[in-house]
Write a protein that binds this ligand. Structure first.
Ligand code: PBG
Length: 348
């Protein structure tokens, strides 16, 4: 191939790269060569998604034989503990390694007391899942918002969430989950010092082996809307901006994550996922610990609604979303598509 000696240095790097407008042969570099067939694309694919990247969120309620559809999250249900056991077996059989449990208590109060009751909804659910599918990892959400009558993620004093008073309760919740058999505890309340407090309480109670998955960079996001209906957890006054992060901030997320690593977090989470892929990438570059991303209820509901209207292909958009989240740096993804995605990936 000949090149005109007068060709401009374009791109700056030099003679061989890029198209030469004076050259009939066209571009030298042709990325399309590696896109020509499915087999070649498979060889050069940088990111692959598998069922064992996924964590399946489940909502547990009191009662018997309950399987009640959640309006704002089509395909998701409130399950009673007996029904949950069967669901857990199916999830394990699909090759999904973990579930995360959210509970709806029988009654709410100012301290969220059912959250640490040995016979509380989540504690009973953990025992049932471990019995039905012992190999499935059970992760529990450690937070008070579903259990408090005011709907905030901690104890309220003088109209504000009292950080330090909340820490003791969170430790107690985590220990009660570990006693029930939880494999991993996941504090989501965005209290300062929550990871250290929970680590100390777990260790004191003899649960040195139970890891902490910290919702470290959790934003005050409107994409949680459908979840708050599902978990019956909207704040009854004010909002969560006094403890969850401002969506405008990125450096602060790295600071939050660094603090959690120092406090002993074993896994860090970024939440939500799709609107915060930059945070996930920055976290991947800054920390060596495993990273989780939460593909939250609003991200799910948007695609579900568009698919129901005939505007988007649900399967294609869901798999594209999950692949993008993994590409950005997530090692594991919490997603309401976990079961469907595992099936779609198996079907190929
Ligand atoms: C709080 C919690 C929330 C979610 C998970 N844990 C909601 C909130 O902070 O208000 C949201 C998950 C989702 O939207 O899918 N314990």
């Amino acid at each position: 191939m000949t090149r005109s000696p007068t060709a401009p240095p374009f791109p700056a790097a030099g003679a061989r790269r890029g198209p030469d407008p004076a050259d009939d042969a066209g571009p030298v570099d042709r990325p399309r060569r590696l896109r020509r067939t499915a087999a070649i694309r498979a060889l050069v694919r940088e990111t692959t998604l598998a069922p064992d990247d996924l964590i399946c969120p489940l909502f547990v309620v009191h009662g018997q034989g309950v399987r009640r559809a959640i309006g704002a999250m089509p395909g998701q249900h409130h399950l009673s503990v007996d029904v949950l056991a069967g669901e857990a077996e199916a999830i394990a059989a699909a090759g999904i390694p973990a579930v995360i449990l959210f509970g709806l208590p029988a009654a709410k109060d100012a301290e969220g007391r059912e959250s640490f009751d040995p016979d509380g909804i989540v504690q009973r659910a953990v025992r049932a899942v471990k019995r039905a599918a012992p190999g499935l990892a059970v992760i529990t959400d450690v937070c008070l918002c579903e259990y408090t009558d005011h709907g905030h993620c901690g104890l309220v004093a003088g109209g504000e969430v009292d950080n330090d008073a909340t820490l003791g309760v969170l430790g107690r919740v985590a220990v009660s989950h570990a006693e029930a058999g939880a494999d991993v505890v996941a504090p989501s309340g965005m209290m300062d010092g929550m990871v250290a407090a929970i680590r100390a309480d777990l260790d004191d109670a003899g649960f040195k082996q139970v890891p902490i998955l910290s919702y470290a960079a959790k934003y005050a996001s409107h994409f949680y809307g459908p979840f708050r209906e599902a978990a019956d957890s909207p704040p009854q006054f004010g909002d969560r901006r006094g403890y969850q992060m401002d969506p405008a901030n990125a450096r602060e997320a790295l600071r939050e994550m660094a603090l959690d690593v120092d406090e002993g977090a074993d896994i860090l989470m970024v939440k939500p996922a799709l609107p915060y892929l930059d945070i996930l990438r920055a976290a991947r570059d800054a920390f060596d610990v495993p990273l989780a991303a939460y593909n939250v209820s609003g991200e799910y509901a948007m695609i579900k609604a568009a698919a129901a209207a005939g505007w988007l292909d649900e399967r294609a958009c869901a798999l594209e979303s999950l692949t993008a989240i993994k590409r950005a740096g997530a090692d594991m993804i919490l997603t309401y598509w976990a079961r469907d995605a595992a099936r779609w990936l198996r079907e190929g």
